[in-house]
Unconditional design. Structure first.
Length: 93
């Protein structure tokens, strides 16, 4: 049985494969490079921001009624890192 992490990795692999196939179908190398650049410069950074917001959600849930130190202990992170994750999540919204 696969884990949630395995399934997420599979989804990402499938998405990257599909993007590669779409790019490979573009015969004009100038256009193909421009599309690849758009993936790198616009789409991947947006996906990273979205993932940061997804990470911040459970951290914010844990923060409710707890100190940064307590949350950090639960997640094996420093209080400063917990704070960074929460701030990044707010910035991503």
């Amino acid at each position: 049985m696969s884990t949630p992490a395995d399934r997420i990795a599979g989804h990402l692999t499938a998405a990257i494969t599909a993007i590669g196939q779409e790019l490979a179908a573009v015969t004009d190398p100038v256009q193909r490079e421009a599309l690849a650049r758009d993936v790198i410069d616009r789409l991947l950074p947006q996906a990273t921001q979205d993932a940061k917001a997804m990470r911040a959600e459970p951290v914010a849930e844990l923060r409710d009624g707890r100190t940064l130190r307590e949350v950090g202990e639960l997640l094996k992170l420093t209080p400063a890192r917990v704070d960074q994750i929460l701030k990044a999540g707010r910035a991503a919204k």
